[in-house]
Ligand binder design. Sequence first.
Ligand code: NAP
Length: 305
Amino acid sequence: MEHNVIIIGGACAGLTAAIYSSRANLKPLCIEGYQAGGQLMLTTEVENYPGFPEGIMGPELMQLFRKQAERFGTQFITADATKVDFSKQPFEVFVRDKSYKTKSIIIATGASPNLLKIPHEERLMGHGVSTCATCDGFFFKNQHVVVIGGGDSAMEEATFLTKHASQVTVIHRRRELRASKIMQERAFKNPKIKFIWDTVPTEVLGDKEVTGIKIKNVKTNKIEEFKCQGFFLAIGHTPNTKLFKGQLDLLDNQYLKVTNNTKTSVPGVFSAGDVHDHHYRQAVTAAGSGCMAALDAEKYLESIT
Ligand code: NAP
């Protein structure tokens, strides 16, 4: 059997692509992965997704996306794609030793926020630990939060968080920031932002919610406890593109290279969401991108028949 479209990835971008392509009667197959739902599965409440004035829990929002895609006939495989072959038509996607053939592909495998892999970081994710200030900053009104990292994201998140938090402490492993000068200056000028240099967190503290962290000065090796209610990680993202190396053009930072919003280097293979977008990285922009990829795939299918 040859599919019209296979969507790899089952979060905001992939599920929106599934809704659009199933409503276009393309009978998509969505290989949603074991980590279906993506980054929203790591958050608690989402308050900036339009249409939910009271907010909605991240996993619940993903369940609704999925239900909507199912309603129009999307088929799902809850496993990871393990190999792809885009060198000839029909394209092939493998899930272990099973192969699925298709005329077009939408890649929506997203990006994963880098974690420090220190004790209790994952357990307290969504309970004080966050990888997205735009999503979660609001919950830290008048509280003390820390931001880990020294790049543009860390400066942007720290500056954003001052809108809500009473104090923001940026903790960076070196004495020098990687962020662009303009972002650095903005952060330095902000009276609510303080910096701790040459320091790394070694443990997140808290039972049900974050109450503080243990930090270590990398020069002196001195370890101390630091009280805070929010722990924001801004140490970069890794796009989930390993599967496509050698098959599609990637940028130097390993994100998929696209032209005209969704087109990859292989005609018929489209990209949606954070797997190529390292700039906006929002649920709503990923969903919008999934819609674009589905419309472009539909046009492509018309052009080859
Ligand atoms: P990034 O530039 O790679 O910075 C990551 C930061 O995290 C670095 O300061 C790094 O420290 C630190 N870090 C990495 N691993 C760490 C670890 N294990 N422990 C402690 N610290 C660690 O990532 P980004 O800030 O997300 O930016 C990614 C790209 O997006 C960049 O090109 C950036 O310019 C762009 N961006 C632009 C804007 C904007 O223009 N508005 C906003 C956000 C992002 P070191 O410095 O010591 O390596």
